[in-house]
Design a protein around this ligand. Structure first.
Ligand SMILES: Nc1ncnc2c1ncn2[C@@H]1O[C@H](COP(=O)(O)OP(=O)(O)OP(=O)(O)O)[C@@H](O)[C@H]1O
Length: 294
């Protein structure tokens, strides 16, 4: 646990989230980040593994956490601790072996536009569609009429600074531009929650920094709820309201750290949060057969 000083003195306070009560009520989740209100997402005693030819391989042992409407929550932890597995389960691509995931009052999750996903891979766009075509296509698939889809796609792409590249194809874009399109496509769907799995992991440091900034601004403007996987402690602190640290094999929640308001590296409390998270990850490395960054 991270026991900082009080918020008034500008230093973070750790909040350990307990197992959450079942079934969020969609009508009640009007909370602001860190404020009161029912969760939009609850992950309740979730265990997930993979069936391999050599047997069952557990990935997530027992994970418990909740995310409120408008909150930005980061999953941080050693390589292989199950961050992507959890994200995929929230997206509806995997089902928990035990426990349950409740999103917007439902626990029978299928993939859907209410949980738009952005992955690390730079090839997640349709190569035969233009930039604007990629975003418009996603909107059309959710029932938006053609003209409105085109208009909304253009607006969203303009917000990501891509109005000059609407008619380019993915192979004509840099890695950073491709991720901008993927983010624009996700935001265009106006999802209740944005799920991001190391979206900037394949980018150079400068582009990564710029995109972190743009994402933070967009998330603030839209009050989007975010569940974001990263290996980077600084990225976690810059983008998150809370950082959930996963560890162990199979993994569980080791800590749940309040990092709200630390949007600049020179913010008071940033260095302390970084030290705390580094310490947690280092102790996970000691306890791990595979090492933290295997
Ligand atoms: N499709 C799969 N089939 C079998 N095992 C898998 C599969 N996907 C993941 N695993 C295993 O499940 C565990 C958790 O993997 P996962 O990718 O969720 O971890 P992670 O924390 O996201 O890792 P990283 O930070 O390296 O991306 C690992 O041991 C991994 O090898």
């Amino acid at each position: 646990m991270f026991h900082g000083l009080s918020r008034k003195r500008g230093v973070r306070r750790c909040v350990k989230v307990q197992a959450v009560p079942p079934a969020a009520d969609a009508a009640a989740d009007s909370a602001v980040p860190g404020g009161a209100g029912r969760p939009l997402l609850t992950v309740e005693r979730v265990a997930i593994g993979y069936h391999q030819p050599q047997g069952y391989v557990p990935a997530v042992g027992e994970a418990d956490f909740a995310v409120r409407q408008g909150e930005k929550v980061i999953l941080l932890g050693p390589s292989g601790c199950g961050k992507s597995t959890l994200l995929k389960a929230v997206a509806g691509f995997l089902r928990p072996d035990s426990g349950r995931i409740v999103f917007d009052g439902r626990d029978d999750l299928e993939p859907g536009p209410d949980r738009a996903v952005v992955f690390q891979e730079l090839d997640q766009l349709l190569p035969w569609r233009t930039v604007v075509g990629n975003v418009a296509y996603a909107l059309r698939a959710t029932g938006t009429p053609r003209a409105a889809a085109r208009r909304q796609a253009e607006e969203q792409l303009a917000l990501m600074g891509l109005d000059h590249a609407l008619d380019r194809y993915p192979h004509q874009l840099s890695g950073g531009m491709k991720q901008r399109v993927a983010i624009a496509r996700a935001f265009a769907l106006a999802p209740r929650m944005l799920l991001m799995d190391e979206p900037f992991g394949a980018l150079d440091a400068q582009t990564r920094g710029r995109l972190q900034h743009e994402l933070a601004a967009l998330a603030r403007r839209t009050r989007a709820s975010l569940l974001f996987v990263t290996h980077s402690i600084d990225e976690a602190i810059l983008l998150g309201d809370r950082v959930i640290v996963l560890g162990g094999r199979p993994s569980g929640v080791r800590d749940d750290v309040d990092v709200s308001g630390l949007e600049q590296p020179d913010a008071e409390g940033f260095a302390e949060a970084r030290r705390h998270l580094r310490g947690l990850l280092a102790s996970e490395e000691e306890g791990s057969e595979h090492g933290v960054f295997d």
